[in-house]
Design a protein. Sequence first.
Length: 340
Amino acid sequence: MADKKTVKKILTGIIALVVVGAVVYGAQLGNRSASSGTTDDGLYPIKTWSKTDCASTPWIVADQKGFFAAEGLKVVYTGDTQPAQQLPSVLNGNNDVGSAHPNTLTVAIAGGAKIKGVVNDGIDPTPDQNPRLRHMFWYVNPAVTPDVHSFADLSKLPGQQKFSTITNNICADFLGNNIADKQGFPRKNIEWVSMPDIQAIQALKQGLITVAGVHPPYYKGMEDAGAVKIADSLDAGVGVAGGLGFYYFTDDFIAQHPDVIKKFARAITKAQKWANDNQEESRKMTEDWIKVPVNAVHYYATDTKIIESDIEPWIQDLEDSNVIPKGKIKASDIITHAFE
């Protein structure tokens, strides 16, 4: 007869299989209902993960201000998805659309992912615009590193320094690496530590990281915690491309539903223009949605024209970092101009 430990292991395994099966079955049901056409209210459902981070503003605006509904669309939030699993969730059909920076899309496409960016998301504001709208700020804790006022000053510290990033191959490492290059701090001395922006505030305060790079909704939290800004995305020297992102769909979805994507592109671009023109209301809407203090939101593209030259620095950085082979991916490989 099996001992208690063996029985417990068997039962645990059975329960795990049941849970996994339920999750898979639920996902399949979700896929069927969302891919079968319009919902009861006559709107076509567009599935994406719950927008509870700095990328939420255009979605909130398009939803709450009626831009999606005006195009016959309805956003369906499928729940929280960890950053590293967001793109896979679009590939496996659990979600229809995501948003990402060019380097994230490039790495995925270089690895065989069948996705394309279809319309612009964020961009960095020009130097004459409100600096609080810049895509990222970098902070240090003056109680831990009192003599650090720039990336260049980090060279005074011994060894590698821990930098926060939400995940790999996004804006944080692209912009952070380029600022480090320009200010003479060796990339090899940066150790990237993955964590959400909101956790970076506490990690910096506790001295678990040396530099925290965060997005606009979290600038206030950093400053309230006593952190000191040492750089922002303008310092990377790539202009508006410093905040560049795209909404992406799978190649199959693009081929099967081009009319839906045209409607999506119109709706989200209108929402982005509205967000830029109504920054205070956008800020408050975002704050109410993500449940953290927000004193600024991102700045967004206001038209659908994709400029490939803005993508090239992101790809070049991946090549320079030996993430992808030189020449493997071109800007035109990660986007489509079909919906401009």
